[in-house]
Design a protein around this ligand. Structure first.
Ligand code: DGL
Length: 266
């Protein structure tokens, strides 16, 4: 038993979609969240910079005495997971592996689509893991970078979001996919808009299986919390223009006040 918090981080507000699944699946676990709102987006940056930023964030979270770390960012998970797990001696979970497992379980016709940031798609991480799990699955990938600023702005269902989704996602109809993975944690914010654009196919949100995987990991390491429920969560950001609270309310149904820290110090 270990009542210490779990650290969760993302480049911005996207990781809140992961926190929301953790609240549902692990109600007794305390969360310390960090959103790098001053340096978002990560998806168009180099692997070196993303590695530097994510290392600083894990250092920060370790200073908060977390018992495990969740990389609630598809971009960091697909580019830096190996580096971070080798560098830091703490149980760590990324969203890419969980997403890849889920989509392999979900697809029936063995044709899946993956959408994510530029850096995630270029890394080929999803394709690699999916092919390892089942070489018969065909993977069609597409970077949808504009979904991130739309989500950060809270423009998730208006005509700009709808038009953007139509343009990005129209090719998937020709590929005949039956499953689409939301490979960026910002994208579940645009879920209804994405659904409208792709029609009646399965949508995989990797956050759901990440929460289940974390539950298994905590049990296996015997570090799960004794609490049945807690509301003792803390949110940190690297800049706060007021948007964080707004999106927090949208995703978690509750406004948590975010504390601003200088992440460059870590
Ligand atoms: N939420 C992030 C992801 O899952 C990153 C978006 C970005 O910063 O570009 O990839």
């Amino acid at each position: 038993m270990d009542n210490r918090p779990i650290g969760v981080f993302d480049s911005g507000v996207g990781g809140l979609t992961v926190v929301s699944e953790f609240f549902r699946e692990l109600p007794g676990e305390e969360i310390i969240y960090f959103g790098d709102t001053a340096r978002v987006p990560y998806g168009c940056k180099s692997k070196e910079i993303i590695t530097k930023y994510s290392t600083q964030i894990v250092n920060f979270l370790l200073g908060k005495n977390v018992k495990a770390v969740v990389i609630a960012c598809g971009t960091v998970s697909s580019n830096c997971f190996d580096y971070l797990t080798q560098r830091f001696d703490i149980p760590m979970l990324g969203v890419v592996t969980s997403g890849a497992y889920s989509c392999c379980d979900t697809t029936k016709n063995k044709k899946v689509g993956v959408i994510g940031t530029q850096r995630t798609i270029v890394s080929g991480a999803y394709e690699k893991i999916i092919k390892e799990l089942n070489p018969e699955i065909s993977v069609y990938s597409k970077a949808c970078p504009l979904f991130v600023p739309l989500a950060e702005e809270g423009w998730v269902e208006n005509e700009v979001a709808e038009k953007t989704a139509q343009i990005y996602l129209r090719d998937f109809a020709d590929y005949g996919i039956d499953t689409l993975v939301l490979g960026c944690t910002h994208y579940p914010l645009l879920l209804s808009t994405i659904k409208k654009a792709v029609g009646n196919i399965n949508i995989v949100n990797p956050a759901k299986s990440a929460a289940v995987k974390m539950k298994e990991l905590l049990a296996q390491k015997e570090i799960n919390s004794q609490n049945e429920a807690t509301n003792n969560h803390t949110f940190y950001v690297s800049d706060n223009s007021g948007m964080f609270e707004k999106i927090c309310n949208l995703v978690l149904g509750k406004t948590y006040e975010a504390k601003v820290i200088d992440i460059e110090q870590y």
